[in-house]
Design a binder for this molecule. Structure first.
Ligand SMILES: [Zn+2]
Length: 108
């Protein structure tokens, strides 16, 4: 009589995998893009930031998205403007919307 049920082992392994991080790539695309502003504003806790940063480094979709937003922020800072020109922001936002759909689908 064994106390080990395959189901329990499976669940434990999954939990460990989640804790070790770095292998949960598929599920963080959507999450990262949802929280992109907070991420770049450093409003998230360190754990989440690290996870997102790692993900963005490996995932072309999220890399592109964070890069685009970071670029805007840099430009805004340099020009000392209060906010990005609405035309530019609109363009980037529509680009992000496309990335959200196509990027996530592609990973699937
Ligand atoms: Zn991603």
């Amino acid at each position: 009589m064994s106390e080990e049920t395959p189901d329990l082992v499976d669940r434990a392994e999954r939990a460990l995998l989640a804790l070790s991080g770095g292998r949960t790539r598929q599920c963080s695309c959507e999450e990262l893009l949802e929280n992109l502003m907070e991420f770049l504003d450093s409003e998230l806790d360190e754990d989440t930031c690290t996870r997102y940063r790692q993900h963005a480094a490996e995932c072309p979709t999220c890399h592109q998205a964070t890069d685009a937003e970071r670029h805007i922020r840099e430009m805004v800072r340099r020009s000392c403007a209060e906010k990005a020109p609405s035309s530019l922001r609109l363009r980037v936002e529509s680009q992000l919307a496309v990335l959200r759909v196509t990027g996530i689908r592609a990973v699937d």
